[in-house]
Ligand binder design. Structure first.
Ligand code: CMP
Length: 139
């Protein structure tokens, strides 16, 4: 399995509910290594830039409002097959469809307020890591 790097965001809902530690514990238990971290409060414009791929979606205004509503923890994670594996550990976007014990099943309250983001493919990971951590090496 290749060693990869991926971007994750512990979103404002999980931060506000004080689940940062719980989520990091799950990530570390699943053998992800944190190689960079930043506590951010995104501006609306930064949230729009990050999610620009979704700009035509009906949920874009509320998603970017939510993502800029409070602090969030952005991290680069490293591990074997990290991109696909993080998405498994996160669970489905909609927590109602997420597998038991996944982060979203445990901590998300809805399809939008879903606790955590993870890059969905190698190219997206490269782009998203560069958005927050231009200095971090992509492997
Ligand atoms: P994320 O994995 O960060 O990628 C895009 C985000 O948009 C997603 O998590 C959700 O927070 C949000 N999202 C996706 N689909 C919907 C939807 N149908 N309604 C509202 N928000 C959504």
């Amino acid at each position: 399995m290749p060693i990869e790097r991926t971007l994750t965001i512990i979103k404002p809902d999980a931060f506000e509910a004080r689940h940062v530690g719980d989520i990091i514990k799950i990530l570390e238990a699943n053998h992800f290594r944190i190689v960079a971290a930043r506590l951010v409060r995104l501006s609306r414009r930064e949230a729009e830039g990050f999610y620009k791929i979704h700009r035509a979606k009906p949920f874009f205004p509320s998603l970017t409002e939510f993502m800029s509503s409070g602090p969030a923890l952005v991290m680069v994670l490293e591990g074997e097959n990290a991109i696909a594996r993080l998405r498994e550990v996160m669970g489905a976007t909609d927590p109602a469809k997420a597998a038991p014990e996944t982060i979203r099943k445990l901590y998300a309250s809805g399809i939008e307020h879903n606790a955590i983001h993870g890059s969905d493919a190698p190219q997206t990971a490269a782009c998203e890591i560069g958005y927050f951590f231009p200095e971090v090496e992509l492997i």
